[in-house]
Write a protein that binds this ligand. Structure first.
Ligand SMILES: [Fe+2]
Length: 301
């Protein structure tokens, strides 16, 4: 079984690319690497060429696609075979003419999410952590009306496994040391719940939350520490109300990790995290975590 190595990047269709790009560069602290055809590409401090792409929306703001790190060509070919078996005919891997280049394939999963699996991208060599700057996408949390089928797809096609399960969430681990890279929310629709960006340390998460407040983006939930994954979190409505999280201290796991189910991960009444400091999440957070679907149409390229 071949498995992806993590989430490389997430792409959003936004109404105002310049305004969003200014926010993600100056407040969220990513670094712009390229502009092409009206789209803006930004990197973290990690090696990936870019971790966020902002495209001009043709219709409503939406998530355009998730791009997974397929490792090498042999692994991408094996993943292509697995995906083909899971979702039907998928165009063969090919050279990609987009910023960073690379080689890979795209498809829609059974719940109409646009997904790419790529390798051989022109990644960066300067990868030292920088305080207050995100390294990479820590996880994407996707809502699913049919979470059993969703788990099956991510497992059979992309090589994930369920590493922990709470009452409402399934945490999916792939071929890296992070506790999870995809989280599936048991929901009623196929939308994106949120995207989490990983900070290098706890102080960078805390200062990031302060920086967001300073810039007019209140904390919608947090700062707190989750149970499963043990990561510290703060959630925000970003530009155009995209649901974004800064996180840090993500649990690193090996093959000896012991998984647990919903009973184990229950918090005592009145608690929703390990610390008990944060207020409950805002109504706005509840609304925006079920607001953005994937771009419609067959346009996965
Ligand atoms: Fe999260």
């Amino acid at each position: 079984m071949a498995a992806v190595r993590g989430v490389r990047s997430i792409e959003m269709d936004v109404a105002n690319v310049d305004r969003a790009a200014t926010f993600y560069a100056r407040v969220w602290n990513l670094t712009e690497v390229e502009r092409r055809n009206g789209s803006v590409y930004l990197r973290g401090t990690g090696r990936y060429h870019h971790i966020l792409a902002l495209h001009p929306a043709k219709g409503h703001p939406a998530f355009r696609r998730m791009v997974f790190d397929g490792g090498d060509r042999r692994s991408v070919e094996a993943l292509h075979a697995q995906v083909t078996k899971a979702v039907g005919k998928v165009a063969a891997p090919q050279a990609l003419d987009w910023p960073g280049g690379g080689w890979g394939f795209g498809f829609k999963d059974a719940e109409k999410r646009n997904i790419f699996v790529v390798c051989d991208v022109a990644d960066h060599k300067d990868v030292a952590d920088v305080s207050d700057r995100p390294r990479k996408i820590a996880h994407v949390n996707v809502n699913s009306a049919n979470h059993n089928a969703c788990v099956q797809f991510f497992s059979d096609a992309l090589g994930f496994r369920v590493i922990d399960e709470t009452g409402g969430l399934l945490f999916m681990h792939c071929d890296n040391a992070d506790h999870n890279s995809i989280v599936i929310s048991k929901d009623s629709r196929e939308t994106v719940n949120h995207v989490a960006f990983e900070m290098p340390d706890l102080d960078s998460v805390m200062r990031g939350a302060g920086r967001m407040k300073d810039n007019g983006y209140p904390i919608e939930w947090g700062v707190g520490r989750h149970g499963a994954g043990n990561n510290v979190f703060a959630y925000f409505a970003g530009p155009e109300e995209f649901p974004i999280e800064i996180t840090g201290d993500v649990m690193q796991v090996g093959p000896d990790y012991v998984s647990h189910g919903p009973d184990f991960w229950k918090f005592p009444p009145g608690r929703a995290d390990q610390w008990g400091v944060t207020a409950p999440h805002s109504q706005r957070w509840k609304r925006i975590q079920d607001m953005f679907g994937f771009s419609e149409g067959g346009d996965v390229t």
